[in-house]
Design a protein around this ligand. Structure first.
Ligand SMILES: CC(=O)SCCNC(=O)CCNC(=O)[C@H](O)C(C)(C)COP(=O)(O)OP(=O)(O)OC[C@H]1O[C@@H](n2cnc3c(N)ncnc32)[C@H](O)[C@@H]1OP(=O)(O)O
Ligand SMILES: O=C([O-])CC(=O)C(=O)O
Length: 378
């Protein structure tokens, strides 16, 4: 066995996947051969889900059937909603509430435990979970405001339904299109930490709900999906400080802080998703006639590039995009989850199809050959 240590598993290949390809030097992201720019511009989140789960973009007829199947699964059982209500009343973090609710969904899943070798059963479960995540996140957000959840509507898309259930108001075209494209952009990204976490869980032949629950817990952290919330909190801190954003960022670096939304394990250049989300952020700012958040972001991006050579990642501009859509800041990471659940489950299905348990090793550096001392003599 090779004993070279790969801290953070950097550069370690653990699987073959036909889901997404990332060229970190060129800044390119591709889902099953399709460039992310084309998908964000031309395809709906539902088409991308279909692509990830079935390998091909759907025909119009296949998409209609798929939309109906998704619509039929959006409602969440009362017992899960009761849990969501209790967690909202207890002031739980939204990601913690989502993690618990998705875990509980397994007890209400009509199929019960299924065989990991049954590819269709895995995809059906994946569809049921993915359809329900927006309903859970929106219900949580409403309960904590003292409002009742809003029922999903059959004729609305995945993106429209989330915004409708959140605000009890149909989104306008710009909001619906922007949000849908943001979901497309977040749907998959190779073996990022949360996807890998789902795969590790699936590799023990545990179930899809357990894998997604693991992934939600992993996405929550500030080095991964939690960074989008941290970006907006940072920009608000900049604003409150009355400092110039560049001075603020310089001071933060001098204090040894990391600037949220910058750096990436795979990209050496600007994340291709950040270009598109940056455009969304800019046009929402122009529409609102208030460029403040966008201008702060641009100033920090230029500074980080010049000072450290570190470009922004996906979380940097999703933050101001969602903020300018009046979405509460602590829902940014759950929104990441409600898109990425498509990728997580596609990787889980891939893992089941060619499974071997994930089991790396650590180099032991602890003490050796110690003599046992009985409890009374210690
Ligand atoms: C959806 C996503 O998950 S995208 C990533 C979201 N996370 C963030 O935005 C949090 C901020 N970024 C980071 O902490 C890191 O860049 C990560 C976690 C994304 C990647 O981590 P790694 O690949 O392990 O890179 P690592 O932590 O070794 O950083 C390499 C160097 O760049 C520096 N660096 C990396 N990111 C940042 C940052 N955001 N701010 C300041 N310095 C940074 C590190 O200090 C380190 O410098 P050093 O070699 O002088 O010590
Ligand atoms: O790939 C990663 O490490 C993080 C990331 O950008 C993502 O999950 O979208």
């Amino acid at each position: 066995m090779a004993d070279d240590l790969k801290e953070g598993l950097e550069g370690v290949l653990v699987a073959e996947s036909s889901l997404s390809y990332i060229d970190g030097e060129e800044g390119r992201l591709v889902y099953r051969g399709y460039g992310i720019e084309d998908l964000a511009r031309e395809a709906s989140y539902e088409e991308v889900l279909y692509l990830l789960w079935h390998g091909e973009l759907p025909t119009r007829e296949e998409l209609e059937t798929f939309d109906e199947e998704m619509s039929a699964e959006r409602t969440v059982d009362a017992e899960v909603l009761d849990t969501v209500e209790a967690l909202a009343a207890a002031d739980a973090e939204p990601m913690a509430a989502l993690r618990t609710a998705v875990s509980q969904l397994s007890s209400t899943d009509p199929a019960g435990p299924t065989d990991p070798e049954d590819h269709e059963a895995t995809l059906e479960k994946s569809r049921r979970i993915t359809a329900k995540v927006p309903t859970i996140v929106a219900a949580f957000a409403r309960y904590r405001e003292g409002d009742e959840p809003v029922e999903p509507r059959e004729e609305l898309s995945h993106a429209e339904n989330f915004l409708y259930m959140l605000n009890d108001e149909e989104p306008d075209e710009t909001a619906a299109e922007t949000f849908d494209a943001a979901l497309v952009l977040h749907a998959d990204h190779g073996l990022n930490a949360s996807t890998f976490s789902a795969m590790v869980t699936a590799s023990t032949l545990s179930d899809v709900h357990s894998a997604v629950t693991s992934a939600i817990g992993t996405l929550k952290g500030g080095l991964h999906g939690g960074a989008n919330q941290n970006v907006m909190e940072m920009l608000k801190e900049v604003d409150d400080s009355d400092k110039d954003p560049v001075k603020w960022a310089k001071d933060a670096l001098d204090e040894g802080r990391r600037v949220a939304g910058f750096g990436h394990r795979v990209y050496d250049v600007k994340d291709p998703r950040a270009f598109i989300l940056g455009e969304f952020s800019e046009s929402l700012a122009e529409e609102a006639g208030d460029m403040k958040w966008y201008d702060y972001s641009i100033a920090i991006e230029e500074f980080m590039q010049e000072e450290k050579g570190i470009p922004p990642n996906v979380d940097f501009y999703s933050a101001t995009t969602y903020y300018q859509m009046d979405i509460p800041i602590d829902l940014f990471t759950p929104i990441f989850a409600l898109s990425r659940v498509g990728g997580w489950t596609a990787h889980v299905a891939e893992q089941y199809d060619g499974n071997r348990i994930m089991r790396p090793r650590a180099r032991y550096v602890g003490p050796e050959d110690r003599e046992f001392v009985p409890l009374d003599e210690r």
